[in-house]
Design a protein. Structure first.
Length: 264
């Protein structure tokens, strides 16, 4: 997830058992101007070339992408990005997928590596439905930005491998740091592996269980903040999230919004 802090069930993940993955040679664009190091919106004017169309299969080559944190939508100025963090979860992910299907919406699923490895069938279902994958690290450590580069590398690259294996070979296209704990190193490492760092503009705060009405009101009140919306499909009871999406998605359509993916 993006801002939950240290929730209990993540603490059970034994990330230390995982081998430290060697860091790939970083691309030459490391010397470029550094952007925001958090998940919040970067200054206006920071963008990237449009991504492929939403229905286009994800490429499997590790083509370097921008290391700037993405917030914009590839669908244009009146398009929004639905992003779903922390799964997949056998209870809530299918329900979220059903709401997305009912509304004809594609989303970006930011998956925790151990969750992807535990539920490969759900990862493949997400991919088969035309959604995109995002690396959300191995163990969802929100203190990533205070850890060593070797640790950051292990968390990002091992999760990338877990998600790719679980999906049957489809690689994550984005990297979202838990709690927005990006560092210049982690952003450039992810980008060198073809994963655009991904921020958000509107946090539904569904992990706080504020109630469906409050979550819906948050989206309506903050939609002018930018196009990338943050929800969760794991880490606790997500019934409020499912209910909120049932209201939010039709409302966004009524306001004239289309649905895209984050820029790459």
């Amino acid at each position: 997830m993006a801002r939950s802090g240290g929730r209990g069930w993540y603490g059970t993940v034994v990330a230390a058992a995982l081998g430290v993955t060697a860091v790939a040679a970083l691309a030459s664009f490391w010397d470029g101007q550094l952007g925001s190091t958090g998940g919040r919106p970067a200054p206006s004017g920071v963008s990237a070339p449009p991504a492929t169309s939403p229905g286009q299969p994800q490429g499997q080559k590790k083509t370097p992408v921008s290391a700037e944190i993405a917030h914009a939508s590839d669908g244009g100025a009146h398009s929004v990005n639905i992003t779903i963090d922390d799964g997949p979860d056998p209870v809530w992910t299918p329900q979220v997928l059903q709401v997305l299907r009912d509304n004809g919406v594609k989303a970006t699923f930011c998956m925790v590596g151990t969750q992807a490895r535990a539920h490969p069938d759900l990862v493949r279902t997400v991919v088969a439905a035309g959604h995109r994958l995002c690396d959300h690290t191995v163990s969802h450590d929100v203190t990533m930005d205070r850890k060593s580069e070797a640790y950051q590398s292990q968390q990002i690259l091992d999760a990338e491998r877990m998600i790719t294996e679980a999906s049957g070979g489809v690689r994550p296209m984005y990297y979202r740091a838990p709690g927005g704990a990006f560092t210049p190193y982690s952003r450039h490492l992810a980008a060198s592996h073809g994963m655009r760092p991904l921020g958000w503009n509107i946090d539904s705060k569904d992990f706080e269980l504020p109630g469906t009405a409050t979550m819906v009101a948050t989206v309506k009140n903050e939609i002018s903040n930018g196009p990338t919306l943050l929800f969760h499909d794991a880490g606790g009871d997500r019934s409020q999230t499912v209910a909120a999406l049932r209201e939010v998605l039709p409302w966004l359509k009524e306001q004239g919004y289309s649905f895209g993916f984050p820029v790459r």
